[in-house]
Design a binder for this molecule. Structure first.
Ligand SMILES: *Cc1c(COP(=O)(O)O)cnc(C)c1O
Length: 421
C-alpha cells in the first residue's frame, strides 16, 4: 500500500495534490511519500521482531539525504556501497555504528574513511579485499569488524542484470571455500570476524531462493562456529521484490519474509541484519511528467512526454514495467486507448511503454509513473543535457523540494575550456 491516491478526482501524495506541486516545481520531478517510506520500514522491523535485528536501508536505491534522515531518525541502519554513500549516511545524521559497507570494489581510501568515521561492519567480498582492509586497519591502529559475503550459488529467478547469488556472478566468495577464507581472515591482525553476509539479487518475487540461501547460511554458521569462529551477526541482504504492475503481481509480503528468516536462521541466536532498498523506496515514489505532444504515427499513437530515459532508465535498461496513471482521474466509463509512451531523447530505447492502454490524454496533461522511488533518481543522468530532475518529499500536507533542478548555468559551468585551446 502507498499514499498516492485520488481524492476528489485528483492524484495526491498524502495530503498534497500532485498538480499543485507541478505548478510550483515544474515537470518532470520525482515525488516521495514520507508516510509510505515510514510504513515500509516498519513492516520490516515488525516482521523481524522479536529477533534482535537492524534494518539497513540500501542507500543505492534512493539516496537523497532528506530521505536518509527520515529513515535514520526512525532507527534504520544504512547499507552503503561507496564512500559517497557513506558520506550521505553521515550527512543524514546516521551514526557509524548503524552503517554497513558492502560492495566488491572498496578502495583503501573508502576503507580509511569508514574506519575513521565509524562503521558497524564491512561486508568483505574477496580475499584481496580482506588483506587490504586488514592493512588499512593496522595502519590506523584499529580493528575492522567484518562479515564475509558468501555466494550460495542459488538462482534468484530475477532479471539477469540484478541476480547476484549464482557462482558465475562477481559477488562474494564461493560458499564451498568459506572455511578456508574465514581461517585466513581470523589470522589477519586488522580484522575481527563477526558474522556472515549474503545477498542473492534484487526484485525477487518468490521466497524460495531466499529459503535456499538462508538454509545454506544456517549450515555455514554451525560449521564456522565448530571451527572456532564467533558468528554473532547474519546479514541476509536485500532483494524482496515489489509489485510494479498492480493488476497482476503479488510478490511475497515482508511478514512472510520475516517468518522465513525466523524459520531458517532464527534458532542460531544471531543478530539479524537485512538490507532492503526497493521494498522501502520503490512504491514510495512516483515520477511526474507532462505530455508535450500526442503524435499520431502509422498505426499507433505516441505520447511524447517531458520525462525520458535519462530520468528513469529502468524501462530501457531492464525492460521494466511501470504503471502509468493520469494525474486527473479518468471517468469510470471512459474507453482506454493504446499509446506508445516515449521521451524526447534521441534513441529508440527512450520508450517507457508500448501500446499501453490509457484514458485519452492531450498536450499539457500530467501523468505519473508509479513505483519509481527505487533506482529512479539515483540512476538518472544528464544525457542530452537534460538537467537532473528535482526531488520532492511530501509529509502530510507539507511538501518540500529536497533536491533542486540545476540551472543550465550550473550545468555548463562544470565544463572548462583549457587555456591552450
Ligand atoms: C542492491 C543491494 C541491496 C538492495 O537490494 P533491493 O533489491 O533494493 O532490496 C542490498 N544489499 C546489497 C549488497 C545490494 O547490492
Amino acid at each position: 500500500m502507498d499514499h498516492f491516491l485520488y481524492h476528489n478526482g485528483l492524484l495526491h501524495a498524502e495530503g498534497v495534490a500532485i498538480a499543485d506541486i507541478a505548478a510550483t516545481v515544474g515537470t518532470p520531478f520525482y515525488c516521495y511519500s514520507a508516510a509510505t517510506l515510514t510504513r515500509h520500514y516498519h513492516l520490516f522491523t515488525e516482521a523481524l521482531t522479536p529477533m534482535p535485528h537492524l534494518v539497513c536501508f540500501a542507500i543505492k536505491s534512493l539516496s537523497n539525504v532528506a530521505v536518509l534522515k527520515l529513515l535514520g531518525d526512525l532507527g534504520a541502519g544504512m547499507d552503503v556501497v561507496s564512500g559517497g554513500e557513506y558520506r550521505r549516511a553521515r550527512a543524514a545524521g546516521v551514526p557509524g555504528e548503524r552503517i554497513v559497507f558492502s560492495g566488491v570494489g572498496k578502495t583503501r581510501e573508502e576503507m580509511r574513511l569508514a574506519l575513521t568515521g565509524g562503521i558497524r561492519q564491512f561486508n568483505v567480498e574477496s580475499e584481496p579485499e580482506m588483506r587490504a582492509l586488514s592493512e588499512v586497519a593496522v595502519s590506523l591502529g584499529v580493528v575492522a569488524p567484518i562479515t564475509i559475503r558468501v555466494n550460495p550459488d542459488v538462482d534468484a529467478k530475477t532479471h539477469e542484470k540484478i541476480a547476484t547469488g549464482k557462482s558465475e556472478n562477481k559477488f562474494g566468495i564461493p560458499i564451498a571455500r568459506a572455511s578456508e577464507v574465514y581461517a585466513e581472515a581470523a589470522a589477519l591482525p586488522g580484522l575481527r570476524v563477526i558474522g556472515i553476509d549474503v545477498h542473492i539479487g534484487s526484485q525477487l518475487t518468490e521466497l524460495e531462493p531466499f529459503e535456499q540461501a538462508y538454509l545454506k547460511v544456517a549450515d555455514l554458521t554451525r560449521r564456522l562456529r565448530s571451527e572456532g569462529h564467533s558468528i554473532e551477526r547474519l546479514d541476509l541482504g536485500g532483494g524482496l521484490g515489489i509489485p510494479y504492475a498492480r493488476s497482476n503481481e503479488a510478490p511475497p509480503l515482508p511478514t512472510d519474509y520475516g517468518a522465513l528468516i525466523k524459520r531458517t536462521v532464527g534458532d542460531l541466536g544471531c543478530e539479524i541484519e537485512i538490507e532492503p532498498g526497493r521494498l522501502i523506496s520503490g512504491n514510495a515514489g512516483i515520477l511526474v511528467s507532462s505530455v508535450i505532444y500526442v503524435k499520431n504515427g502509422e498505426g499507433r499513437d505516441f505520447l511524447i512526454v517531458d520525462a525520458a530515459m535519462n530520468d528513469l532508465v529502468r524501462p530501457s535498461m531492464y525492460g521494466a514495467h511501470h504503471d502509468i496513471v493520469p494525474v486527473v482521474e479518468p471517468a469510470v466509463a471512459q474507453d482506454l486507448q493504446p499509446y506508445d509512451v516515449v521521451g524526447p531523447v534521441c534513441e529508440t530505447g527512450d520508450t517507457f511503454a508500448k501500446q499501453r492502454a490509457l484514458a485519452p490524454l492531450a498536450e499539457g496533461d500530467l501523468i505519473a509513473f508509479r513505483s519509481a522511488g527505487a533506482y529512479g533518481s539515483v540512476m538518472a543522468s544528464e544525457y542530452n543535457t537534460r538537467p537532473l530532475i528535482p526531488e520532492v518529499l511530501v509529509k502530510g500536507d507539507h511538501f518540500a523540494v529536497i533536491r533542486a533542478r540545476p540551472t543550465f548555468d550550473e550545468i555548463l559551468s562544470r565544463d572548462t575550456i583549457p587555456a591552450w585551446l
